[in-house]
Structures are given as C-alpha cells and as structure tokens.
Design a protein around this ligand. Sequence first.
Ligand code: NOJ
Ligand code: CA
Length: 588
Amino acid sequence: MPSAAAPSDSRRPDSLSPGSLPSGSWWRRAAIYQLYVRSFADGNGDGIGDLAGARAHLGHLAALGIDAIWFNPWYPSPMADAGYDISDYRSIEPVFGTLAEADALITEAHELGIKIIIDVVPNHSSDRHPWFAAALAAGPGSAERSRFWFRPGRGINGSLPPNNWQSIFGGPAWTRVTEADGSPGEWYLHLFAPEQPDYNWGSPDVRREFEDVLRFWFSRGVDGIRIDSAALLSKDAALPDVSGSELPGPAHPFTDRDDVHSIYQAWRAIADEYSADEYGGRMLIGEVWLPDTARLARYVGPGELHTVFNFPYLNCPWDADALRQVIDETLALADAPATWVLSNHDVDRVASRYGRSDTAFSLDRRAYFHAFPVDVPLGTRRARAAALLTMALPGSVYIYQGEELGLWEVQDIPDELRQDPIWARTLGADPGRDGCRVPLPWSGTEPPFGFSPAGTTAEPWLPQPKEWRDLTVSAESAHADSMLSLYREALRIRRSDPAFADTPLTWRHAPAGVLAFDRDAGGGQDTDGSPADRTWLDTTGPDPVLRCVANLSPAPVGLPANASVLLASGPLDDGLLLPDTTVWLRIG
Ligand code: NOJ
Ligand code: CA
C-alpha cells in the first residue's frame, strides 16, 4: 500500500470527535496506542519506520478509535538499544525525521482528537551524548563525571569492577574507560547496555536538565510523558555489592529507593503548570516493574505520577482466578486510575503467549517460554477474548501496535538478522525482543506488505513472516470477524457507551473459570445500597448495565436469556458462551 492512508481511513467517525473525553483527565479512561516508530510505517523507503509513515497513517489510528498515541523514543540515538540510548533529548532521530515533522505530527494528531505521549529516558544516557563525551574528556574527579557513576576499579590496578552489579541485559553493569593519556581508567555504571551510562540523580545538573527537557516537549504540545525505567533512577551512593536477596525498596541499592519520589514530585509540579493551556491536562506514566503493589502505589497520586503501567496484568496467565486477583489488586490502588496492558515492545506478543501451555510471561524467562510450541489459533482466540475482557475494565487501556491485527511473536528470526542487544549480550541465551518488533503489515500479499512505499528495494529492518498476508490492515479491514474489526468495534462501543464512563466494576458470581462483571452508571449497587450479590445470569438489577462475561473454562456456559449481545469475541453457540470467548451484554 502507498504510504498515504487509504481514503476510508482518513475520516474520524462522528462518534469519535475530539473532546469526547474530559480534557483535564483524559488519561483516566483513554485507549492509548503504542506506536513503535521503527516498525509502524516507513515513509521514505529505507526499510525503517519513521514520522512520515506515522503521519500518513494517523487516519488509520483515528478510525481505530484510539484517544492517544505513545511514541517510543524518537530522539537522535546511536540505536544501541533501539532508541533507549539518547544522544539529544531535544531533537528527532534523523532516520525518523525532523523536529518540524514532529511538530506537524502533534498538530495533526490534535486535529484528529488524538493526544501524544512521548517516552523520556531519565535513568541513562547514550555513550555518545555530549555530557558523556565531556565526562570522558574531563577525567577522574571532574564535575562532568559527577553527572554519571564513575568509580575506580577494585583489585590490582583497579582491574575489577567497583561492585558486583550485573547489567539487566547480561554481563557486568560496569565498563572500564581508557583515560585521555591512554591508561586504563575508571569504570562507569550502566544498568543496561554499555552504551547506556546511568545518570547520577544526586547531581543537580541532571535534575535541572530533565526538568528543562519536560518543559521543552510540554511547550510543543506533547500531552504526556512515559517515564522509562522509572524505579531505577536513585542509587545508593556507596554502591554496595548486592547479595541478590534485597527486595526493591529502601534496602535495595538501585531499585525503588525512597528518594526517587522527590524527582517525580518535581515533575508533577511541571506537568501541572501546563494543565490550564489549550491542550488540557498533561500526564505522567511510569514504567515501574514492582512486585509489591503497596510500593507501586507510592508512585501515583495527586502529588506524583498520574498512572503506572500494570505489568502484573500483562504477566498474568490466562487463568480466571489469577486474572481476578490482579484486577482486584489493581482497582484497589485507590489514588490511580487503572491501566490495562496486554503487551508492549519488550514482551512476547499476546497471541503467542496464550497459545502456549504455560500462558504466563516474565521478562527474565523469555527463553523458557520460547521453548513451548505455540498453538496460534488457540492463542488468537484467547487474545480476542482477552481484548474484550481488557477493554471492559475501568481505567485506561494500552494497545501495542500489531495487537489489533493479532500479530504473533516471530520466534524464528535468523540469528544473523537479530538486532536486540539482549540477544547479543546473553550470547543467544535470551532470544530478546525482536520477535515483537517486526514491521507491521499494511497491505498486499508479499513482504514488505505496504510497510514501505511501493517500489522500495530496501528490506524491512526485520523480516516479516509471509503468513502475515492474511493479517494486513487491508485484509483485516475487509472481514467483519477479523481482529482489527473486533478492536474497532470494541473501541467504538467503549468510547461511546455511557456504561464505560467512569463507572465502577461489580463482580457477578459465575462458575469456576468464568469472569463476569457489570459496568453500570448506577454504581453497581442493589437498591438498598449494599454491594450486589447476583450471578452472571441474573437480570433483575435496577439499572441497565453492561455485563462482560469471559469464559476461560474448558466448558461452554449459559448466558442470560433476555440480554442483548453488544459484541462477542467469537461465535456464540445457541446462546452458550464457548471456551476462550468473551461477550459484552446489555442487561435491562
Ligand atoms: C525499558 C524499555 O521499555 C526497554 O525497551 C529498554 O530497553 C529499557 N527500558 C532500557 O531503556
Ligand atoms: Ca524510513
């Protein structure tokens, strides 16, 4: 397909007109599309996605019915970690485009009623950032080095790293530099790749710099900031060894330390400064992976971040009890609107995860999960059911590009084409994240499936499976039962139906393996005000409600006799809800 949006994509349906979310708190129930620029659409034919491609397909996103786009890092970067190594926080990577194009994109998205969230990476820099170059040049003890974590080594001639910390991407978290006179010198800390030196957030320069970066983008009209690795910024300046048994929190030398919160309190004050301008409220969302929900809750609230990603939901197996527990724990975080995330650019795609016999996920066990055979039709059926379950929950929902097409994890990328540093740094022990980053299929029957303009000879930066000819935007647009049609319809209803407007969730009793809950404007209470105690078949409540029933059990279950079906993730068999199927019902 040419990079221009198809005419049918380019008009936003009336029901999706701008301003249908309250502007001051649009993030509370927004549907947010995660756009991974490199893999979304290539406008100039070099095989790499870019801002021109994103602009050309804004109409597709408007027609999908999303409220906001989160862009993964779009800044100048040597791309040692796909843009999470930033060498200039106030510009655009030339491979992706220009700052003028970003400005135009922000304006065009706003005209379509779409908010823009960008990624800010404050834990680490790029080894090509001018500050790091200055630190290398200035030498030990300099003010320039104090913006990072430089330390002498241990052992004879300082030949051992300053402590035993390991990089999250594999190998030691320290790299030794060569000083200006050619001698082996200090070591610097990098919790990720060596090309990603960690900032020292004890440095006032670092704090000032990022506050200025926030203002730079907010004043260009950006509506939200996704904060990368948000729990890692503060380090114990004594840099003690880790034993491995420390839990995230004050006793941990680099994860979830208490003083990280002062950074986000300052950032919230900045976001609030912009809330009264013509664009409405600005939001901060933290990438915070923490097992303890009480610790997670400390990041959100009136004086701090607006929301955090819900990773327990993403990691959860396709199991009714486990999902119910995560949902309840999420909704109990009273100060924060819930976020619901099924996938992102770091994790296996949902259609593959749910097609394995172990349907959970965890970043540190990717190789284990990849060893399972994948039943794609089963995983896809469950991904459809999960989409309707997820979109029925109160809060905001994140949709990672390609999820709406039902793309699967590409696990058979040839080794020589893999790009993720995780693959290289673990010597292939961890397959890495390339499989969820394969360029999107837009149209046609052969790769690059319209990802690049017609006639392009450059190959997409990762190879696309030929079977994706059935999963292109064009192919799926033509079928009412495609994943894309399901997402479009679910988002349309979620956006326009009053049952979804800030209404609470009330569970209904249901058989084992079945999740059933109501969303209703009456607050989910019985007339006497006590919490309702009805079953998933009960239709006697006082108010009309939207009921979501998800069948994760192996047997069909009945449905209320006098309910109308708003949307179902799969065929209903003579009034029965089949296994791995979710339905939205109107009751009353
Ligand atoms: C989390 C990001 O989502 C991931 O892609 C990146 O590699 C690390 N943070 C380091 O920035
Ligand atoms: Ca390009």
